[in-house]
Design a binder for this molecule. Sequence first.
Ligand code: FES
Length: 143
Amino acid sequence: MGDTTRRRTVLAAGAAALAGTALTACGSEDKAGTQAEGGSTPQAAAPAEQALAKTADIPVGGGKVFKDEKVVVTQPKAGEFKAYSAVCTHQGCAVTGVKDGKIVCPCHQSFFKVEDGSVASGPATRPLPAAKITVTGDQIALG
Ligand code: FES
């Protein structure tokens, strides 16, 4: 009997861990060969954060999806940046873009608000989890 309880606890912990890192759930991702931008990266020691974009890349009132990093960065107001998981909370598809202030999941047409990742319209019922970014000057980095 004790075993059952312990097992349930372990499974619940595993589910929580999956929920936090469910970034590989989508199986319908295109494998289009996208080239990394830049090419002039100096060989400095890599900082803890991973460079993602420049602030000018993120439209005010909109956002941009970073497919490889599975993150969407938004700028609800000028100078205010937010980031969320790009994995839809409905069934795990990748969101593909931001339109009219909403992050769009094309699989079943869920829309999430750029301000806080909350559901603007379903079928998704849960918000996109926040992702951590750091803005330094005009650079946006993951982490
Ligand atoms: S997986 Fe995104 S709306 Fe269904």
